[in-house]
Design a protein around this ligand. Structure first.
Ligand SMILES: NC(=O)c1ccc[n+]([C@@H]2O[C@H](COP(=O)([O-])OP(=O)(O)OC[C@H]3O[C@@H](n4cnc5c(N)ncnc54)[C@H](O)[C@@H]3O)[C@@H](O)[C@H]2O)c1
Length: 330
């Protein structure tokens, strides 16, 4: 079995590469390492093929699609604030990049195409748990471009008979989660603060809840879906099926907190309805939040070089967020 992972140098992609290698797949990773790190692949680099290339460069990556069985398309720009600051880059990578990968997959008669979509496309849902049929209502360019990529995948599945599935991930956490310069996912921020002995910067009152999904469960869902060739042209939520408050995370991590302003465009709750993937694929999550966090703490050194966010730095970094998504002056 030959599997190609775009974005395999990133957080989730590198865990997927490790898992597929264990399952005896030949693994090809295409990543331009704009965000991902070569060190994410250090344990397996001798046993896989790593192509340092941009997915926008269709001509340069075409040859690596020959004889490939599975394409796992994870490469994307995946932050909120930079997507507001640079929507064109997000459109190029997440939409045009997806189009390139789809074209090459059809041309090379790939057997199975898996796209990683995002629960952020639901925006601020009206119903919890949120099912796949809920209204799509992106609140910022990242969410919009991930949804446009998903629409392309569904269209290619229908028109070009590409056997494809889209998985909408909820908040994924685990070792190697992105710690790049931009202000982002809560665990990256909190773990760097824990190392430095600084208070956790909690947004709002901390009662907001998230469906935190541990990365090994996420990888298992991708593998389970890729094995099921009968399912095509479908979308599945992948989450823990539970929702946990930020205050609870702080309690488990242990430490003081400091409150910072609530941000526009963010839901109070994310909570995946995962009944469809349980029913059709037989996948279900296994790692609960306490176990997941203890695994994170075992790998705390991952975050030693991560940026240390203070309320002042966050205020500066999220200025555009408040300006673009906040109430508009009439
Ligand atoms: N982490 C989450 O909570 C989460 C939730 C929902 C969806 N997702 C999706 O899962 C996928 C993986 O996310 P992640 O958290 O591992 O992020 P990540 O940033 O760690 O991984 C994305 C990878 O794509 C690569 N990349 C970016 N632009 C590229 C380009 N033009 N050419 C080649 N490679 C490029 C980056 O270098 C990086 O290694 C993304 O598609 C993301 O939208 C993630």
């Amino acid at each position: 079995m030959i599997s190609l992972i775009t974005g395999g140098g990133g957080f989730i992609g590198s865990h997927l590469a490790e898992k597929l290698l264990k399952l005896n797949h030949k693994v090809i990773v295409i990543d331009n390492f704009s965000i991902g790190r070569k060190s994410n692949l250090k344990n397996i680099k001798k046993n896989i093929k790593i192509i340092n290339q941009d997915i926008l460069n269709e001509k340069k990556i075409e040859k690596y699609f020959k004889k490939v069985d599975n394409v796992f398309h994870l490469a994307a720009m995946a932050d909120i604030v930079p997507s507001i600051e640079n929507p064109k880059l997000y459109f190029d990578v997440n939409v045009k990049g997806t189009l390139n990968i789809l074209n090459l997959s059809v041309k090379n008669q790939i057997k199975r195409f898996i796209y990683i979509a995002s629960s952020s496309s639901y925006g601020i849902p009206k119903k919890y748990p949120t099912s796949e049929n809920s209204k799509i209502d992106p609140q910022y360019p990242y969410a919009l471009t991930k949804r446009l990529g998903e629409e392309l995948v569904m269209h290619y599945s229908k028109i070009y008979n590409l056997n494809s599935t889209s998985l909408r991930f909820f908040n994924v956490y685990g070792p190697r989660a992105r710690t790049s310069g931009t202000y982002g996912a809560v665990f990256g921020v909190f773990l760097a603060q824990k190392i430095a002995g600084k208070p956790f910067t909690v947004v709002g009152n901390g009662k907001q809840t998230r469906d935190f999904t541990y990365v090994s469960d996420i990888v298992d869902s991708i593998v389970a879906v890729s094995k099921n060739k009968k399912v095509s042209g479908e979308i599945f939520n992948v989450g823990s099926g539970k929702t946990v408050s930020v205050n609870k995370i702080v309690n488990i991590l242990g430490g003081k907190k400091v409150l910072i302003p609530k941000r526009p465009g963010e839901p109070e709750i994310t909570f995946a309805d995962i009944s469809k993937i349980k029913r059709k694929i037989g996948w279900y999550p296994k790692v609960d939040i306490e176990e997941g966090i203890s695994k994170l703490l075992e790998n705390l050194s991952n975050w030693k070089d991560a940026p240390l966010w203070t309320p002042k730095k966050i205020k500066k970094a999220t200025r555009k967020w408040f300006l673009s998504l906040g109430p508009k002056k009439k």
